[in-house]
Design a protein around this ligand. Structure first.
Ligand SMILES: [Zn+2]
Length: 107
């Protein structure tokens, strides 16, 4: 259990650090006609859109991790939220934030 708590904590810290480190790259692209040409402006817009997408993926992952930590507080960690069966420890080993057992995940 402690192992999973530590890993979830580390995953969370890493996501938050990445989020901070890339904050600048998600800012709206400034349309400075003189500084950049049309092509590089398209590149900049594309790059920014990709960063925004990556960030929203990170946010979803953080929500999953926080939910798993909350289940630990409630002593419900490792129990499938869908069917109430225990989640295979190997599954948790692979994904400590897993909320459902392999059967429910497959449904
Ligand atoms: Zn289940």
């Amino acid at each position: 259990m402690k192992k999973f708590r530590d890993r979830l904590g580390a995953m969370k810290a890493e996501l938050e650090a990445l989020s901070r480190a890339t904050a600048e790259t998600r800012k709206p692209v400034t349309l400075d006609q003189q500084a950049v040409g049309r092509v590089s402006r398209m590149d900049a817009l594309q790059g920014q859109a990709m960063q925004v997408e990556t960030e929203s993926r990170r946010r979803r992952e953080l929500v999953r991790i926080e939910a798993a930590l909350a289940r630990m507080e409630e002593d419900e960690y490792g129990v499938c939220v869908a069917c109430g069966e225990e989640i295979d420890p190997r599954r948790l080993d692979h994904d400590p934030a897993a909320a459902v057992c392999i059967d429910c995940a497959g449904k």
